[in-house]
Design a protein around this ligand. Structure first.
Ligand code: FE
Length: 139
C-alpha cells in the first residue's frame, strides 16, 4: 500500500498534540506505563492517531507486561509498514502506519501464539474506538 497522506511538518505540528507529534513524527517513545491505553480491555479498534486508519483490533491485544499496548498482529498486513531500525545500537523492526507514515512502535518475535509476534505500540499513536453495542445501558 502506498502512503497516501503527505503533510508538511508544520501541518503535522498543528494537527497533533505535542506528544503525538514527538512520537508519530519524530519517532520518540512514550514512557512505559504512561499511556492511557495500556490497561484498556474494552472491545474495539485501535486507529492511527495521525490519520484515523484502523490498525489493531482489541481481539489481538494482550498484556505483555512491558508498559506499552501490545498486539499479536495488525488488522491487515497492508495497514502497517515494517522498516529496519538500527538506532540506539539495536536491531529492531519499526512499525509505521502505511497511510500516513506515522511512527507507531516496534514489532518483536517474542509474542505469544498464534503469531509469535509482539507489536509494541505507543498509546499516544493510537486512537481507541469502542465497538458498537458495548455501551452500557442505563440501569
Ligand atoms: Fe496513520
Amino acid at each position: 500500500m502506498q502512503q497516501t497522506i503527505e503533510k508538511a511538518d508544520e501541518e503535522w505540528k498543528k494537527d497533533l498534540t505535542s506528544e503525538q507529534y514527538r512520537v508519530l513524527r519524530k519517532k520518540e517513545t512514550e514512557s512505559p506505563f504512561s499511556g492511557n491505553l495500556y490497561h484498556n480491555k474494552e472491545k474495539g479498534v485501535y486507529a492511527c492517531a495521525g490519520c484515523g486508519q484502523e490498525l489493531f483490533s482489541s481481539d489481538t491485544k494482550f498484556d505483555s507486561g512491558t508498559g506499552w499496548p501490545s498486539f499479536l498482529d495488525a488488522i491487515a498486513a497492508d495497514r502497517v509498514r515494517l522498516l529496519p531500525d538500527n538506532s540506539y545500537s539495536m536491531q529492531r523492526t519499526e512499525v509505521v502506519c502505511a497511510r500516513c507514515g506515522g511512527h507507531l512502535g516496534h514489532v518483536f518475535d517474542d509474542g505469544p501464539k498464534p503469531t509469535g509476534k509482539r507489536y509494541c505500540i505507543n498509546s499516544v499513536s493510537l486512537d481507541f474506538r469502542k465497538a458498537a453495542g458495548e455501551e452500557k445501558t442505563g440501569d
